[in-house]
Design a binder for this molecule. Sequence first.
Ligand code: XUL
Ligand code: CO
Length: 438
Amino acid sequence: MITYFPEVKKPIAYEGPDSKNPLAFKHYNPSQKVLGKTMAEHLRFAVCYWHTFRGLGTDPFGAPTMLRRYSKSANPMKAAEMTLEAAFEFFVKLGVGFWCFHDRDIAPEADTLAETNKRLDVMVKKAGKLQQDTGIKLLWGTSNCFAHPRFMSGAATSPSPEVFAYTASQIKKAMEVTRELGGAGYVFWGGREGYETLLNTDMKRELDHLARLLHMAVDYKKRIRFRGQLYIEPKPKEPTKHQYDFDAAGCYAFLQKYDLVKHLKLNIEANHSTLAGHSFVHELEFCVANGLLGSVDANRGDPLLGWDTDQFPTDIYETTLAMYTILRGGGFSTGGLNFDAKLRRQSTDPVDLFHAHIGGMDAFARGLTIAARLIKDKTFEKHVKARYAGWDRGIGAKIEKGGIGLEELEAYTLKHGEPTVPSGRQEMLENILNEYIR
Ligand code: XUL
Ligand code: CO
């Protein structure tokens, strides 16, 4: 049997914060209990197939920089098989519980849809066997309805009904194989569901079509008894200038309008959040506040670059605040932390994939333990509670209960005069957060 990652002889182990071994976890200790659950149960790490095994360092200006033994075969199905074997070797050596893939990541497209589906079946069978042998599970599956030229004007939102039909057929099959592999979820990322110019776009019609397709998927999910959770992954732009699933709030409005809220949750990606002009934690908090949090694509952008750089998460502030919100939202059930992240183009060795994922996993493990301490100590909870205490009594409680209106409040204000607002204490709270993060 070929070894694709010979530099890593045995599974990555937890060696503790004093370890200097770059191929060891310093903070992620899968069996360590935090707030009653193990770290592995809380974090539910997944490796994404597309960047990790299909991304070879191309950028708009240059050719692949990463040579991988598994992608070399001239026979595309042979290359797909080798890539799948390499992927499972990687999952096991890294010690993650889950993976995620697009249909076209694992099996190359053929000349016809029928032939493409046959190829996919072959690879899904192999993936099923590897899942069984290793115990690695599928966090979610999805379909790539954006790379092929037929999707240049969108998939469900294409002006062509033939493309809509093609998209529907592809999603049908992708949902079937996700079910077959026991996927805990299925993601819709509207790769080109948006527009470049309104001069050629019927926005209302396109939005109606997108909702129509999602309803079809919801119906089909029931028909095939796929029990996984459906997710929409918001992203504001790229590849189109304006994507319809812009951010969590935009997606929520869309889901409400088209009566889809009970069927879909959101898959929040850190870099998509910042592209939308939000912070990662803002998007998570919006989801928690509205019962929408499903899963997370864990990565980060670069504050100096305005595009989806998909870097591995390393910022302990970000992971702490993210885990603080996720834990307060009840944690993951079907979802998890999927590293939708890619190596920088100059990180060319296979072992760099280990460094990248180890760093991301350690960063989230630290975020988890710090967030758990914040929760245990009620550090911010006490301040927030005190800040809103006026709503628990007197006029505040009456307003929240409903039944009083503008006239009563005018009378109240005339009687009580100018209100006082206490200090927000932002700097003090930021200092306290720093004390926890060190
Ligand atoms: C693109 C992106 C996708 C989705 C799955 O920016 O994040 O990889 O996660 O289609
Ligand atoms: Co993503």
